[in-house]
Design a binder for this molecule. Structure first.
Ligand SMILES: [Mg+2]
Ligand SMILES: [Zn+2]
Length: 202
């Protein structure tokens, strides 16, 4: 991919650097949405309190917001790709209605026991790398937010900031995340932490 000049970042980064924008990568189930275990029905889309406002605040703060989700239910035959897409469309619709459009959504439909190993399933970094290329993101200046160890490990591998939320399965995973992981209550608090870290609080 050819490096492209982005005028808004020209004074801070050189064209030689492929990724120019920091992102907040956010897990879907248990982080943005209420955890429903293999959600396959758009009617079951229920945003966690404060999640939409958090997306909007991060966007206003200059971050790309990218949803990154493991959807092994597809490989396991628990729901179809079409059902996944219907849920994803509903999530985007709800976010859009609240002025919180995300920059992209990446999903892994695999499961190693069914489809073999893949590069995309978290804690693999394939989805993040694809997003970085397609959306011009700087992975090392990005934040990696989710409710499982597998959501924060890619952040460590890619040199960014890992954040565990205590919604979803987060409380169960708190004891096992690497010590450099920040632990917060929910995505709303994660957004506050991120924005205060870059001096955009409020
Ligand atoms: Mg999750
Ligand atoms: Zn995969």
């Amino acid at each position: 991919m050819m490096p492209r000049l982005r005028t808004h970042s020209a004074q801070r980064w050189t064209v030689a650097e492929a990724g120019v924008r920091p992102a907040v990568f956010v897990d879907r189930d248990g982080t943005l949405l209420q955890e429903k275990e293999y959600l396959a029905d758009p009617a079951g889309v229920e945003m966690l309190p404060g999640a939409m406002e958090a997306v909007r605040a991060l966007k206003d703060g200059g971050f790309a917001v990218v949803v990154v989700t493991n959807q092994s239910g597809i490989a396991r035959g628990l729901y179809t790709l079409e059902a996944y897409e219907a849920v994803a469309a509903r999530v985007n619709e709800v976010l859009r209605e609240h002025g919180a459009t995300v920059d992209g959504t990446y999903f892994c439909p695999h499961h190693p026991e069914v489809t073999g190993d893949c590069d995309c399933r978290k804690p693999g970094t394939g989805m993040y790398q694809a997003a970085a290329e397609e959306l011009d993101l700087d992975l090392a200046r990005s934040y990696y937010v989710g409710d499982k160890v597998t959501d924060v490990l890619p952040g460590i591998a890619l040199g960014g900031v890992p954040i565990l939320v205590c919604t979803g399965y987060g409380a169960e995973h708190e004891a096992t995340v690497p010590r450099e992981t920040r632990v917060v209550q929910d995505f709303s608090e994660a957004a506050q932490l991120i924005l205060s870290a870059v001096g955009n609080a409020g």
